[in-house]
Design a protein around this ligand. Structure first.
Ligand SMILES: [Ca+2]
Ligand SMILES: [Ca+2]
Length: 359
């Protein structure tokens, strides 16, 4: 995936300044080429930021990863969800304007070689449901006595582009061929959703699936997989409904067990996908089984009217949705919002993929 340079301004400012400047770099961690970067803290008018210089060959594509130094063992995670391509031999000054208040203290650049970066194989077909553009109200009303504060203010959202969602959560059967390992808490049946996948693992799965399906002629260059935004997730879950669950309000949670594996009926584990009733658009597991990572950083709902939102000034907390085998019924409601450190491995969190047009 080659991303236009200016695309990165969404996440940060990358300035191409060709100056001679000392660079702390070393080759390590074969087969991935890794350049450890030496960040420096600078004070800007609106707060501190981190800067570092990257030297590489013109045309090389790098993924910048960061780690919170507070962890003894580094938890490298993507700084940006996109790769960027050097347009000169560098050095290039990279500025992380979003670091203040966050834990991104160490940085490295990993050379992206899409031909050899991984040895994954095509997983079983990912069945997708296409969803037309449309508008809906995100959040919950005062009629919902179990609503949490972060489900308001109600926000009118219009999704302007068609997209598709996986019919079910990504299973271990799908995850393992692509990623080469199974992180799941419950491994006794590969038709269970994958769990213990970090946010960046889910993002990497989407990136690899895109490459694999394109190489096999199953996916055009103009489409890609990624995590759904929180708005895409809730719109898909609602399937036109305005009630607490996609099948109705269910005030006493009497019907939930027919649609969801959750704390009251799961027996303390995940279950094979598509073994509860789907919503009106044919999506399974939108309530329960595993929480699902979204693309967005966690933040409060903006209120008002928003088009195609991608939430996000919440730092390293990312949105998970839908409840899980572990939760109470209230935590499986359509509008209920959860969050997790994007570096965390959790036994009740998985994901489903979205398919969207390449920008
Ligand atoms: Ca789910
Ligand atoms: Ca909540």
């Amino acid at each position: 995936m080659i991303v236009p340079f200016d695309r990165l301004f969404v996440w940060s400012v990358i300035l191409g300044i060709c100056l001679s400047f000392p660079l702390n770099s070393q080759a390590a961690e074969e087969p991935r080429k890794v350049i450890l970067l030496k960040p420096e803290r600078f004070e800007l008018a609106n707060g501190p930021c981190m800067m570092f210089w990257l030297r590489g060959a013109n045309g090389n594509k790098y993924q910048i990863e960061s780690a919170p130094a507070k962890f003894a063992s580094r938890w490298w995670a993507r700084w940006t969800p996109v790769d960027f391509e050097l347009r000169s031999d560098g050095p290039v000054l990279c500025v992380d304007l979003e670091t203040y208040g966050l834990n991104r203290l160490e940085y490295r650049a990993v050379l992206v070689d899409e031909e050899t970066a991984f040895s994954g194989t095509l997983p079983p077909t990912t069945e997708m449901i296409w969803i037309d553009p449309g508008a809906f109200v995100m959040g919950s009303s005062t009629h919902d006595l179990d609503r949490d504060d972060d489900e308001r203010p109600l926000t009118v959202i219009r999704l302007t582009q068609p997209y598709a969602l996986g019919v079910h959560e990504v299973t271990q059967l799908q995850f393992v061929p692509v990623m080469g390992y199974n992180p799941s808490r419950f491994k006794f049946d590969p038709s269970h959703p994958v769990t213990n996948a970090r946010w960046e693992d889910a993002m990497e799965y989407c990136r690899r699936l895109t490459i694999l399906e394109r190489a096999a002629g199953l996916l055009g260059e103009d489409y890609k997989y990624r995590l759904p935004t929180e708005a895409e997730w809730e719109y898909g879950c609602r399937a036109g409904s305005t009630t607490r669950f996609h099948y109705g309000d269910d005030p006493d949670y009497e019907l939930l067990a027919a649609y969801a594996w959750y704390g009251k009926n799961s027996g303390g584990s995940t279950h094979p996908v598509m073994t509860r009733l789907p919503n009106a658009w044919g999506l399974h597991g939108m309530h329960g089984n595993v929480h699902e990572w979204c693309l967005d950083q966690y933040d409060f709902l903006p209120g008002g009217y928003v088009e195609d939102p991608i939430g996000g000034k919440g730092g390293d907390l990312y949105v998970i949705r839908g409840g899980s085998w572990l939760e109470l019924g209230k935590d499986c409601r359509t509008s209920d919002r959860h969050r997790n450190w994007f570096t965390s491995y959790v036994g009740n969190v998985g994901f489903r993929v979205a398919l969207v047009a390449e920008e």
